[in-house]
Design a protein around this ligand. Structure first.
Ligand code: ATP
Ligand code: MG
Length: 262
């Protein structure tokens, strides 16, 4: 059984891409077959995984989407790149935002991901979709296809405000019947600096305010310069700083995600 998890939050810079990359690789270290989808025109996931200039990749998710939109075979399989740390990924680039206006008028516009990517459920145990910081049609596609969503949240007041907005969007996706079964895998607190009083307070507030109705991962991701460095290196935290606390945290997160299946 394959599980499709969208990593999403319309707030920018909260650790979505870092989480998609390192959770994906952590799951593959635990012998799961993992496909990562870069669903952001910024191409950050592709960069994180070593495609230094995504705008020069000849065939990406964006090209497959336009094929599909124009009624041709999407050829999405041609976009898959194998990463040396065991995951496969489908890259993306700026072309995605160029074509987005056309997509808005397309038939079954919310179901492009479902139509194009469902065939991969036979081949992978996890499909993780790294969403862009927006609630545009591409993110709606990811949330329509997903079984669940991981919501990275940075521990600060404005982030929590954004969380409320995002939870409302998930309710909308459920209630307009695009995906009535969409689950919340968990809220993930990222870039946590335990020494900061504000951090401790916000974590406490989040757990007190939402804990019972909203799953919050036990694992939190510490703030670390090593984690910030990997964005440009094309490798995971497990290669860059395998003994560090961020590597440890992402392995713990993978364990929690796996435990949710039991
Ligand atoms: P966007 O909304 O633009 O897609 P994002 O939510 O995907 O952003 P990331 O790109 O993962 O967020 O992270 C934002 C920035 O924070 C990046 O520069 C990244 O290197 C850095 N970062 C991510 N996780 C950590 C961490 N645990 N400690 C320190 N820096 C981090
Ligand atoms: Mg990102």
């Amino acid at each position: 059984m394959c599980k499709v998890i969208a990593i999403a939050n319309q707030k920018g810079g909260v650790g979505k891409t870092t989480t998609a990359t390192n959770l994906g690789i952590a799951l593959s270290m635990k012998r799961k077959r993992v496909l990562l989808i870069d669903a952001d025109a910024q191409g950050n996931l592709s960069i994180c995984l070593g495609s230094t200039n995504p705008d020069q990749i000849p065939f990406t998710l964006a090209d497959a989407i336009w094929n599909h939109m124009e009624g041709r075979p999407s050829k999405i399989r041609d976009a898959i790149i194998h990463h040396e740390e065991g995951v496969d990924y489908i890259p993306c680039n700026i072309e995605l935002s160029r074509g987005e206006p056309a997509l808005i008028n397309a038939r079954r516009r919310e179901y492009f991901f479902t139509d194009m990517l469902s065939e991969f459920k036979q081949e992978y145990d996890y499909i993780l979709i790294d969403c862009s910081p927006s609630l545009g049609i591409i993110t709606v596609n990811a949330l329509t296809m997903a079984d669940s969503v991981i919501i990275p949240v940075q521990v600060e007041y404005l982030s929590l405000k954004g969380l409320e907005l995002f939870l409302q969007s998930i309710d909308d996706i459920r209630s307009c019947r695009l995906n009535p079964n969409l689950q919340i895998e968990g809220v993930l607190m990222t870039m946590v600096d335990e020494r900061m009083v504000l951090c401790r307070e916000v974590i406490h507030e989040l757990k007190a305010g939402y804990g019972d109705v909203l799953p919050v991962f036990q694992t939190t991701i510490p703030k670390s310069i090593k984690a910030a460095e990997i964005s440009a290196l094309g490798k995971s935290i497990f290669k860059h700083a395998p003994k560090g606390k961020v590597a440890e945290a992402y392995l713990k997160l993978a364990k929690e995600v796996l435990a949710n299946e039991k």
